[in-house]
Design a protein around this ligand. Structure first.
Ligand code: BG6
Ligand code: MG
Length: 215
């Protein structure tokens, strides 16, 4: 393995929870009841508009495409509001040590995130200098589980997909890695169930990087 592609929300930083809270706020405003963490699991890794569709499954009324655009923008404004208080303290356990260790070993690293806010988030948490490349929601037209985002990231790293490991917290992301011909490491609350090649609760719990990187 010569490269590692990290998803962002829920892998490097705890913004997965902020996405959820922004959707809950929108749900409350729309009078949508019964939108739960379980529904939110299906929003992990997928685009803003697709995440909105997951929320609207719980709504009694139909929305026009124009209304949906407004709802997605509204949710994004709530999410961005919450990003104003994001700091390096919001990095998830083991992130800094893992990025430094990979750099020391000469492994190239990238972010592969569906988020159009990825650059802003990376700036706020201050880890840009530890990453070689960033591929974000602004670089792709297809959402995970399509492998496009990871293939773009691998291309930016100048590496063939099979030399890249994907680190993901979302079922859609693990599937995207598979379709892109990449091995994966599953982390986060669903780490045991989303089918990664390897899995660990978070990056601080990865004990055997040697085995993973030798694949
Ligand atoms: C992913 C999140 O990283 O980014 C999804 O897991 C989110 O929940 C997606 O919908 C798009 O993010 P944004 O910031 O462009 O709305
Ligand atoms: Mg994620």
């Amino acid at each position: 393995m010569n490269g590692v592609i990290f998803d962002l929300d829920g892998v490097l930083v705890s913004t997965d929870e902020l996405h959820y809270q922004a959707w809950v706020r929108l749900a409350d405003e729309l009078g949508i009841v019964g939108f739960t963490k379980k529904d939110n699991e299906r929003q992990r890794g997928v685009s803003r508009m697709e995440s909105l569709e997951v929320l609207l499954e719980k709504s009694d009324r139909q929305y026009t495409p124009e209304e949906k655009t407004e709802l997605a923008e509204r949710k994004n404004s709530y999410f961005k509001e919450s990003l104003n208080s994001l700091t390096p303290d919001d990095l998830l356990p083991g992130v800094l040590d893992s990025l430094k260790m990979l750099k020391e070993r000469g492994i190239r690293t990238a972010v592969g995130s569906a988020s159009k806010n990825a650059s802003y988030i990376l700036e706020r948490i201050g880890i840009e200098p530890l990453l070689d490349e960033v591929a974000s929601g602004l670089d792709v037209t297809k959402s995970k589980p399509d492998p496009e985002i990871f293939l773009v990231a691998a291309r930016k790293l100048n590496l063939p997909p099979e030399e890249c490991l994907v680190v993901e917290d979302a079922a859609a992301g693990i599937e995207a890695a598979k379709r892109g011909g990449m091995l994966s490491l599953a982390v986060g609350p669903l780490y045991e169930t989303i089918g990664g090649t390897f899995c660990a609760r978070d990056l601080s719990r990865v004990t055997d990087w040697d085995t993973i990187l030798s694949r």
